[in-house]
Design a protein around this ligand. Structure first.
Ligand code: FPP
Length: 247
């Protein structure tokens, strides 16, 4: 897969790439290590992916770092993930600044430990004027929770006569999602061979291309992102139209 980067068409880049980072636990098991070691090694893959996306001038990258369902994991593992989040934010702020990346989040952020919320706010604030890649961490995120929240907010507006039911269209729903300011996902990547969506961005992936790879997340490197984008560019996106209409 040498030189795949040179074959990427700069004019056909996906605007928004979303990644389900999966396989940390299996990676650790294969090495005879504890799951925590897999998560720790997963942070290297996060750095590589962010750098590769920034270098290619991708506009949006959204990483599924912690789902609403992940709260059901053993407490020790949840604690490890939260600590890793805080230490990675401290350590990687320089990577974000060097690559002109701004940080954002989606999800029920107020359910995270205070320390994690503080660190997130600090990095979000320090990187807010960066003009390159918009990196979004999905934390305590679940697409169904997001949709429930959206329906509740819209219903309240209708109840208070701030919105009429006829004004509820796709655009209105988009504006109430965590992803209000983001374009739809063009490319959804999942590592580790699993082929599931796992409650991630269900509304936003309506027309996304899916790319599944056997690579376990801790082994994911820049060239794997290049490969995924190259593969995406070979597809014909028809958005419900015929092939003739597209060409
Ligand atoms: C899935 O692997 C991965 C996660 C639940 C967490 C992802 C977290 C990281 C990559 C590290 C920290 C992230 C940031 C943004 C600093 P799994 O545990 O489900 O693996 P398995 O399916 O093999 O058990």
């Amino acid at each position: 897969m040498k030189d795949i980067l040179a074959q990427i068409d700069q004019k056909k880049l996906p605007k928004h790439i979303a990644v389900i980072m999966d396989g940390n636990g299996r990676w650790a098991k294969k090495q005879g290590l504890l799951r925590a070691a897999g998560h720790k090694r997963g942070t290297r893959a996060v750095r590589e992916t962010v750098e590769a996306a920034a270098e290619l001038k991708i506009s949006h990258l959204t990483l599924y770092a912690f789902s609403t369902e992940n709260w059901n994991r053993p407490k020790a593992e949840v604690d490890t993930l939260m600590k890793l989040l805080v230490s990675s934010l401290k350590k990687e702020i320089a990577t974000l600044q060097d690559n002109d990346v701004s940080l954002g989040t989606i999800g029920a952020i107020n359910s995270l430990p205070e320390k994690a919320q503080r660190e997130l706010n600090e990095v979000i604030s320090k990187t807010k004027n960066n003009k390159g890649l918009k990196l979004t961490l999905a934390l305590s995120y679940g697409s169904r929770e997001e949709l429930v929240k959206t329906v509740q907010e819209i219903s309240n507006k209708v109840k208070n006569n701030l919105l009429s039911p006829t004004e509820i269209d796709e655009d209105c729903i988009n504006k109430h999602l965590y992803t209000a300011t983001m374009p739809d996902v063009d490319l959804l990547i999942r590592t580790s061979g699993e082929q599931r969506v796992s409650n991630f961005l269900l509304w936003q992936i309506a027309y996304a291309e899916f790319y599944f790879t056997e690579i376990l997340w801790p082994d994911f490197r820049k060239e794997h992102l290049h490969e995924a984008i190259y593969n995406y560019q070979k597809r014909e996106r028809r958005f419900g139209k015929t092939s003739e209409q597209i060409n």
